[in-house]
Design a binder for this molecule. Structure first.
Ligand code: MEV
Length: 318
């Protein structure tokens, strides 16, 4: 029998995909990294008639089927099925630095942090494998057929090589580097983009299969480029990833213009969309001496732009 606590807080980072999104859904390798923006979930005992989710100044019943916060709610249902309901009512408060629908892993970070916080609140310290399994349910509620890469990057932190078959393998970084992350301001639905790319796959199966193989090859090459600190090659691989994603229908005119703009003055080794695309965010690999100038130039046009290192901390639980 495990004991319940009065208050538990857990946080988990958002993510960027450096190469291989979409193709990873169909079995290829991809590389993802945690970013310096986190989602924090606090579970507390409440003196109230029913349990609630609090987020973005809104409040809804924790198990309300029509509610907005489906990732946290699906995780909560699963945790209660497996470990039983808490005694009395609770509040689950989500405080996220990651914009929803931005392609930066907001739902994965919320799912991972909710899983850990709620389980610990009920007296259970889960293994990483169990956290990944339950978090996947939160991701599924948001976009149907997740590969698992977003939750793995959020859970483990650092940089990972991922495929559905092999799971996540940490990539040791021999050279620190920074990424410019720019949110286009256009939120989009991952499930719609995954369906759009899948349509392309069924229309052109053989080309898609070759691009999937190329995506796996580029992911493995990228691991070597990271290990040897070869930033120009890393950038060239990111540009290749963008070309494939554009063919697959994941880019937009606005994202293409933003990427062209970033590459135009030779401040960056490479740039591409990150996550599902269709809006959302892009990442760029700036030349080390151009980081600050580039950030200043881009943040004049895009409010949510930042430089991220690759934080090694994934899930943290108090
Ligand atoms: C979304 O961040 C990445 C996709 O590849 C979907 C997934 O892998 O679950 C588009």
């Amino acid at each position: 029998m495990s004991s319940s606590r009065n208050k538990v807080t857990a946080s988990a980072p958002g993510k960027v995909i450096i190469i291989g999104e979409h193709f990873v859904v169909h079995g290829s390798y991809a590389v993802a990294a945690a970013i310096d923006k986190r989602a924090t979930v606090t579970v507390s005992k409440e003196n109230a008639p029913e349990s609630v989710i609090l987020s973005q100044g809104q409040k809804e019943a924790l198990l309300d089927d029509h509610g907005k916060f489906s990732a946290a709610r699906s995780v909560a249902r699963r945790i209660f099925e497996e470990f039983g309901q808490p005694d009395g009512s609770i509040s689950l408060e989500i405080d996220s630095e990651i914009p929803l629908g931005s392609g930066l892993g907001s739902s994965a970070a919320v799912s991972v942090a909710t899983t850990a916080a709620l389980a610990k609140f009920l007296g259970h310290d889960l293994t990483n494998e169990k956290i990944a399994e339950i978090s996947a349910i939160g991701e599924m509620s948001v976009h149907g057929n997740p590969s698992g890469i977003d939750t793995a990057a959020s859970l483990y932190g650092g940089m990972i090589l991922f495929s559905r078959k092999t799971g996540a393998k940490p990539i040791p970084l021999n050279r620190a580097f920074q990424l410019l992350v720019v949110y286009s301001g256009q939120a989009r639905s991952t499930s719609e983009l995954v369906a759009k790319v899948n349509k392309k796959r069924t229309e052109f199966p053989s080309t898609f299969a070759h691009l999937s193989d190329a995506s796996s090859f580029a992911s493995l090459e990228l691991v070597d480029a990271l290990t040897s600190g070869d930033l120009p090659y890393l950038g060239a691989l990111m540009n290749l990833g963008q070309a494939s994603l554009s063919w697959a229908g994941a880019s937009t005119e606005d994202l293409d213009h933003l990427i062209e703009d970033l590459l135009s003055d030779e401040s960056c080794f490479g740039a591409k969309l990150t996550g599902a695309g269709g809006g959302g965010s892009i990442i760029a690999l700036p030349k080390p001496d151009r980081v600050e100038v580039l950030l200043k130039r881009i943040s004049a046009k895009y409010d949510f732009s930042f430089i991220s290192s690759i934080p090694q901390h994934g899930l943290r639980c108090e």
